[in-house]
Design a protein around this ligand. Structure first.
Ligand code: DAH
Length: 359
């Protein structure tokens, strides 16, 4: 059977007026969807009429096609308008029922921030990164081998008493405790050198553990940042220059530093470094009253350091006759306490937003 364009246009008109009539009475989103399927869907009324376009004589198709498109656009626009109407109606109803006051200010969005320790650790690492150090991390569950042996602390060494160790319930073939929670970040010295040929320049931030009773200045877990630089011709002057620059970046360009002898089995010579107190400017008192930050000393000890012990170098296969290096270990918890005047280290680990929100 062949169609004429007049017939087709008439069919379109029929579909259009029927569709618009039905649309009038619809008030829910579900009924609008049913309407769309019925008239505009793939097997809908309009589509069915459009399918017959192909059977028109070619000279009639243009006019009929235009009319068909117009109808389709019109129905789509009307559907859009009806959807908006239904949605607005629903909001109005909601507002009426639940008494939503649309003029009320919204709830403020709370913006998160980094933990104060994360902030200070990043700040410190950035200072070293700008001097060419790489930031790496290491395991918190560690072998006795790396935590002690490779750091020139054999099992009978009295220096083990410096580290109250939390042992993991695990024994080696000889029945000895061999696994622990690392007591410092220093085991990453040997781990790094075993994997890399010199030159080495790394800083290692991370968590460490000690079997200790907690009080305002002691926690059984805290943080350290380890540093290690090994190359040909590294001297104590490099150690001092690097740590001096670090102190000035983190604590201010006027800072002075002081090195004193100290003992750590994995360095020789070993030192500790202090900065002049940034609160009393090294005076020991502020406006006549004793400085509480440096306890009147004028100096604050912030890290241990030294020249890497030849034994530590040779144990990882570096030739100490060719390579030398320096190492250091900083306690960021203590530094943050001093810098921000925090009196109790446990505040860092108690997740109190009133405290954390201040940084
Ligand atoms: N690991 C030491 C501690 O926890 C700190 C330390 C001292 C690290 C001297 C070093 C160093 O790398 O050279 O007490």
């Amino acid at each position: 059977m062949s169609m004429t364009s007049a017939q087709l246009i008439e069919d379109l008109g029929g579909v259009q007026s029927e569709a618009l009539d039905e649309l009038q009475g619809l008030t829910s989103e579900e009924s609008l969807e049913e309407w769309r399927v019925k008239f505009l869907g793939r097997r809908g009324r309009l589509t069915t009429v459009l399918r017959t376009l192909g059977s028109l004589p070619p000279e009639d198709r243009r006019a009929a096609g235009q009319e068909a498109n117009r109808t389709k656009t019109l129905l789509e626009e009307e559907l859009g308008a009806a959807r908006r109407r239904v949605r607005e109606g629903r909001f109005a109803l909601l507002a009426e029922q639940e008494q939503i006051d649309v003029t009320r200010p919204g709830r403020p969005a709370t913006v998160g921030r980094y933990h104060p320790l994360t902030q200070i650790i990043r700040e410190m690492c950035d200072a070293f990164v700008s001097m060419g150090f790489q930031v790496i991390e290491g395991p918190e569950v560690e072998w006795d081998h790396y935590n002690f042996e490779m750091l020139n602390i054999p099992s009978d060494h009295p220096a083990r008493d410096m580290f109250n160790t939390l042992w993991i319930d695990h024994k080696d073939a000889e029945g000895r405790q061999s696994m622990l929670l690392r007591t410092h970040t220093s085991p990453m010295q040997a781990r790094t050198m075993e994997k890399t040929d010199p030159p080495v320049r790394v800083v290692v931030p991370g968590k460490v553990y000690r079997y200790e009773a907690t009080d305002a200045t002691h926690e059984w877990h805290f943080h350290q940042i380890e540093g290690l630089a090994v190359d040909k011709g590294i001297t104590m002057a490099h150690l001092k220059g690097t740590l001096y620059e670090f102190a000035r970046r983190v604590f201010g360009p006027e800072r002075k530093v002081r090195f004193r002898c100290d003992y750590f089995p994995f360095v020789e010579p070993g030192v500790d470094m202090s900065i002049d107190c940034f609160v009393c400017e090294g005076q020991g008192s502020v406006n006549g009253s004793p400085c509480t930050v440096c306890r009147e000393a004028g100096w604050i000890e912030i890290l241990g350091a030294g020249m890497v012990h030849p034994k530590v170098l040779s144990d990882v296969g570096y030739d100490p006759a060719i390579y030398t290096g320096f190492a250091f270990g900083i306690g960021p918890d203590r530094v943050a306490m001093l810098k921000y005047g925090i009196e109790d280290i446990r505040l860092f680990y108690s997740n109190d937003l009133r405290f954390l929100g201040q940084f």
